[in-house]
Design a protein around this ligand. Structure first.
Ligand code: AMP
Length: 189
C-alpha cells in the first residue's frame, strides 16, 4: 500500500496535483477540506462545528479530523493506497497518522511538499475565490490561513525531514510540469 502526503500552503496546488496523482497511481484521494465542505453543505452537526472554524481561517480541532481520517482509512483497507491532501496539518495529526497506519502495518512512504512564494499564493487564492466563490478565499481569511500554515503546519516539515521522507518540489510553473516532477519522485518509491 502506498501512502503519500501532499503538503503545502493553501493555494500551493495540493488539490489539483492530488487528483492527478490519485488517477495515475490508483490511489484514494483523501482531502479533509473537501470532506469538511461536504459536511457543511449537508448541514450536519459536524459541518456546523467545522464551519465555525473554517470561515475564520482557523484549523478544525485535531480530534475531529483525526477521527474522520481514522474511519476512512479503516473502512478502505483494500485500497491500493492513499493520497492525503490537507492532512496532516499539525504535529499532533502527523503523529496520529503514523499511529493509525502502524496499526494496519503500514507507513507514510513520502511527503511531497509544493513550494510556492507567499505573494503567488495570495494571488492564486484571491483568483480562486473570484472563480469558485469559496467563501474562505477572501483577503482576511487568506491572511489568517497563511499564518496558521506557518505556525502550526510548517513544523511538520522538520518532523518528516527527520524521518527522511520530505521531498520538496517547486510548485510554480505549468500543472503538467509540476506533475512530472511529482511522478519522477513517486516512481522512485
Ligand atoms: P483546505 O481545503 O485543505 O484548504 O481546507 C480548508 C479548511 O478546512 C482549512 O482552512 C481548515 O479550516 C479546515 N481543514 C482542512 N483540513 C484540516 C486539517 N487537517 N486539520 C484542521 N483543519 C482542517
Amino acid at each position: 500500500m502506498l501512502n503519500v502526503i501532499i503538503f503545502g500552503a493553501p493555494g500551493s496546488g495540493k488539490g489539483t496535483q492530488s487528483a492527478k496523482i490519485a488517477e495515475k497511481y490508483g490511489l484514494m484521494h483523501l482531502s479533509t477540506g473537501d470532506i469538511l465542505r461536504n459536511e457543511i453543505k449537508s448541514e450536519t452537526e459536524l459541518g456546523r462545528l467545522a464551519d465555525s472554524y473554517m470561515s475564520n481561517g482557523h484549523l478544525v480541532p485535531d480530534k475531529l479530523v483525526i477521527d474522520i481520517l481514522d474511519r476512512l482509512v479503516g473502512n478502505n483497507r483494500d485500497a491500493k493506497g492513499f493520497i492525503y491532501d490537507g492532512f496532516p496539518r499539525t504535529l499532533a495529526q502527523g503523529e496520529a497518522l503514523d499511529k493509525m497506519l502502524e496499526k494496519h502495518g503500514e507507513r507514510v512512504n513520502a511527503v511531497i511538499s509544493l513550494e510556492v512564494e507567499e505573494e503567488e499564493l495570495i494571488e492564486r487564492l484571491l483568483e480562486r475565490g473570484r472563480i469558485s466563490g469559496r467563501k474562505d478565499d477572501n483577503r482576511e481569511t487568506i491572511e489568517s490561513r497563511l499564518k496558521v500554515y506557518q505556525n502550526q503546519t510548517v513544523p511538520l516539515k522538520e518532523f518528516y525531514r527527520n524521518q527522511g521522507k520530505l521531498i520538496e518540489i517547486e510548485g510554480v510553473g505549468s500543472i503538467e510540469l509540476i506533475f512530472s516532477s511529482i511522478e519522477n519522485e513517486i516512481d522512485r518509491l
